[in-house]
Design a protein around this ligand. Sequence first.
Ligand SMILES: [Zn+2]
Length: 256
Amino acid sequence: MSQKGKEIGVFAGYRYRQDRRNADGSVSWRCLETNCTGRMKIFTDGQMREITKHENAPNVAKRDSERVRSSIRDRAASTVEKPRQIVMQCTNALSAEAAILMPRYTATQRAIERKRKRAEVPLPMPRSLADITIPDNLAVTSRNDNFVLCDSGDDDAHRMFVFGTDRNLELLEEHADWFMDGTFISSVAKPLAQSTGRSSGLVDLYRNDEEVRLYTKMLLALAFVPAADVLHVLMNWLIVVLMSYRLCMITGKTFT
Ligand SMILES: [Zn+2]
């Protein structure tokens, strides 16, 4: 192998960089780990031998693969990600040498399932909106980005959550046209319609202002969008909040 013109080689689990050619024709290689004095030699007859002991952990690749295995176990117990997702997330930075030491995917998948069964700690069932506590591991995406954009607070009788990432918001901001689908439960739209209607002065605005009319209709139309999956529902929630915000800006009301 070569990297930036320098020869790189793997011998007995260690990675080496070619150091110098000796007078006797043998070639010295030094360990790639920083601060490691490990050396090996390739003799003229092709024989390879470790000359100086390594100072770093006995086998970097082994250590790396063990670290990855343990992070897979941790994630299995603390997230609801699919096994394939977990494996991908945990192994993407793994060196080729360490990847060889990893168990097969199916074995890892079984290990994840076993770990989950053992670690099964059911989340408490909330009895009211105030009871809802989003566990830390569910408040972030698999990329570790914040996923709870807004929580109106446990003292809010009509508590509302907005799920999404900053990137999601940026995307909405970057584009003038938004298309959407997904379930939008009518129980969400009904109080929305009532509260929209109750806001003082909004009825007049609705009658007289075309833009207010448009946004209100868009907001309420969400209730009749056909069913899809949970993520879409969450996106819809976000959009409703953004639209409500827009309405408030237009009508000059406080955003609540
Ligand atoms: Zn070394």
